[in-house]
Design a protein. Structure first.
Length: 387
């Protein structure tokens, strides 16, 4: 059975994380993705350690499977002509250069939409193309100026970044959605269009209720550690050997929690009867809950609370989280055979599940210029004829 994006040709001019993650997602579902790199290559090829068993940067490995790779110098007229021939036949182009850079080489949207009116051209930037065009779009910087760090960390501590380049991931997901929307609209109109994604807008939208709260109240949310601004108890608690997360979302769950803690009367305490009461007295509530939680292990509490209908779980390491997903039958790891060695390699599986046309894992991330013949066979003859 075919895949949803079979026949879709993608020219990938992006590098690092947001763009490559976007194009890998398209490739997982059938798109033919040609990764075009400079002589130096995608920066993440050199972001080591760590490396995997193949000696490849795990950062690069994470977002570049199912692609072919060629090398092109935009400043070289012959290379540029070859690239334009590829773009002429493409459905999608993805780039994350600083705004204005590609215009120097005739690879900007205005130039390419004349060459290929059906092209869906996706640009990913840090801060858009107006007053923020010159600003570097690094995830840490966007987490800082975008407000995410201001709500991450302990109240008495300093602002903290999230433990992964989350804004880049959000931007990648937005880019995939935008591209698919544009391809769907093209089915009706026959015309391509530009998809514009920026990291700052992605983090502002991604903070959802926190951004909405700021707009509605005019009050900036404060750092609350692992607590929730609108629900209690909804945070982490220290157990005898680790940490357990408890996410009580309603009064019924709170009553069940109190019973498991061995203090059913706590649910009738006037300070804690409703969620609003519990939020108002969260500090006292946490002290009481943690005194009980400290008596047993995190795994023990997680098991008994979940059995009682209280959302809870041990705070896992990433390795433990992968094992947990396996226990639940979620297949978090994809396996691809390296055609060069015959060895099997492991990859994080796509989180998108389709019942009939699931993601496929066809090839490992390509070496630098691994498919150069695809580029070298392009000639300028056709270009000259059409001009």
């Amino acid at each position: 059975m075919g895949q949803p994006l079979d026949g879709i040709k993608v020219v990938d001019l992006s590098r690092i994380l947001a763009g490559p993650l976007c194009t890998m997602t398209l490739a997982d579902f059938g798109a033919h993705v040609l990764k075009v790199e400079s002589q130096a290559g995608d920066e993440t090829r050199g972001w080591v350690p760590p490396v995997n068993a193949q000696g490849v940067s795990t950062y690069y490995w994470a977002v570049n499977r199912n692609k072919q790779a060629v090398v092109a110098d935009f400043a070289n007229a012959e290379h540029r002509a070859r690239l334009l021939e590829l773009i002429r036949e493409a459905d999608v182009l993805v780039e994350n250069f600083r705004p204005g850079v590609l215009a120097k080489f005739g690879l900007d949207y205005s130039s390419l939409i004349e060459l290929n009116p059906r092209l869906v051209y996706c640009s990913i930037s840090g801060f858009g193309e107006q007053h923020g065009a010159s600003l570097p779009g690094f995830d840490l910087l966007v987490q800082a100026v975008g407000g995410l760090m201001s709500i991450t960390g302990e109240p008495e501590g300093t602002p903290s970044k999230v433990g992964v380049a989350l804004v880049d991931v959000l931007a990648a997901q937005n880019a995939v959605a935008g591209i698919l929307l544009a391809l769907r609209e093209r089915e009706r109109s026959g015309e391509g269009q530009r998809v514009s994604i920026n990291l700052l807008s992605s983090v502002l939208a991604g903070m959802t209720n926190q951004t909405s709260s700021t707009l509605a109240t005019g009050t900036t949310p404060a750092r609350m550690g692992n607590a929730h601004p609108s629900i209690a108890p909804y945070e982490t608690f220290k157990a005898s050997d680790g940490v357990v997360a408890i996410a009580v979302g309603n009064d019924r769950q709170f009553v069940a929690l109190c019973r498991q803690l061995g203090d059913a009367a706590l649910a009738e305490d006037p300070r804690f009867i409703t969620n609003a009461d519990r939020v108002a007295h969260r500090a006292e509530l946490k002290t009481l809950i943690e005194a009980a939680i400290a008596q047993r292990s995190a795994s023990n509490w997680a098991g008994s609370l979940m059995e009682a209908g209280v959302p809870a779980g041990k705070v896992n390491s990433i390795a433990e989280a992968i094992d947990f997903a396996r226990e639940l039958g979620l297949d978090p790891v994809a396996v691809i055979e390296d055609p060069a060695t015959g060895e099997t390699t492991t990859h994080v599986a796509s989180p998108i599940g389709l019942s009939r046309t699931a993601a496929q894992y066809r090839s490992i991330p390509p070496k630098h210029g691994a498919d150069q013949e695809l580029f070298d066979q392009q000639t300028t003859a056709t270009t000259k004829e059409r001009e």
